[in-house]
Design a protein around this ligand. Structure first.
Ligand code: ZN
Ligand code: ZN
Length: 308
């Protein structure tokens, strides 16, 4: 996991032959930097998969895909919603126009990016920031390739089999994923208001389970968000609380994963220690050296690679 939380989400899933970036919710520059920190070579990525169109999952999608020349996999509804987000139809005020012009000028003057601090990193076609800004001016939604998938219909990227499944969240067509390759299954479910039966079903028999533990209910209630946002987060299409995640782990989860990763923790309405204690209590009888090792994904830095 390169980043996890409301300020940006992204992870790399790889087999020995295929590498997928799941969501690109940070700037391209930051994503590539974090990949290098995590020992992953960005030039070997085969595709980007998108769970849903919220900014914390798509911030760097277009630039990263163009820079690496790789296709992006969406559901059709998510792709449309993403395009609407990239090209809002609203009329621009003069202040917006000025801010946009300054932003583009800043991008153009920032010069080419390096993939890694590593000198050996090879430059790639189209990595010039000026070119990217120029292209974005023409069509910010232009991608090297777009592939559509549908929730409930398996597909493959290289030798990784992907099962997308519907999750309850306030986006156009949000999904979680199960990835399977070389006898290993990884389940990913973040950004969901509750854990319905179809999600419980999908998350069985996973070797790695990545599940949201977004907020502590009391911290959210007493926290800084306006009431309307609090209601949204707590709703059936919002996010899983520590308590809801614990209830899932205790009652519905089969206990078979080697690793359980708590993800998408809120920085305003949660504390890593609270999320951890809640999940530990739920898993207390099933944690061992070989099973249910608990990890917490972080916002500011990549989680160390999990290798199976
Ligand atoms: Zn999110
Ligand atoms: Zn979301």
């Amino acid at each position: 996991m390169l980043a996890s939380g409301s300020k940006g989400n992204s992870m790399v899933v790889s087999s020995s032959r295929t590498r997928i970036l799941v969501d690109a919710g940070l700037s391209c520059r930051e994503l590539l930097k974090r990949m290098c920190v995590a020992g992953e070579d960005p030039s070997t990525l085969d595709a980007i998969l998108v769970t849903h169109e919220h900014q914390d999952h798509v911030q760097g999608v277009a630039v990263t895909a163009r820079k690496l020349g790789i296709p992006v996999y969406f559901t059709e509804s998510t792709h449309r919603a993403w395009m609407r987000w990239m090209k809002p139809q609203k009329r621009m005020t003069y202040a917006d126009w000025l801010a946009e012009r300054q932003r583009l000028a800043a991008v153009q003057s920032s010069g080419p990016e390096d993939f890694c601090d590593d000198e050996a990193a090879e430059p790639m076609a189209g990595e010039d920031a000026e070119e990217i800004a120029g292209e974005a001016k023409q069509d910010p939604c232009r991608l090297p390739g777009v592939e559509y998938f549908s929730a409930g219909v398996n597909f493959c990227v290289g030798d990784i089999a992907v099962t997308p499944f519907t999750i309850p969240h306030d986006a156009a067509d949000p999904v979680g994923f199960v990835f399977a390759a070389e006898g290993i299954r990884i389940g990913l479910a973040t950004d969901l208001g509750y854990v319905p039966a179809n999600v419980q079903q999908q998350l069985r028999n996973c070797d790695v389970l990545m599940i949201e533990s977004n907020h502590d209910l009391e911290m959210l209630r007493d926290g800084p968000y306006p009431w309307s946002v609090k209601q949204r987060v707590m709703s059936r299409v919002g996010h899983l609380s520590n308590e809801a995640t614990a209830a899932f782990l205790e009652k519905s989860y089969d206990g078979g994963a080697a690793y359980v990763v708590l993800a998408h923790l809120s920085e305003s309405n949660n504390l890593p220690e609270l999320a951890k204690v809640c999940a530990e209590l739920a898993l207390r009888e099933r944690m061992s050296l070989l099973a249910n090792k608990l990890m917490l994904a972080q916002q500011d830095q990549p989680l160390g690679s999990i290798c199976l």
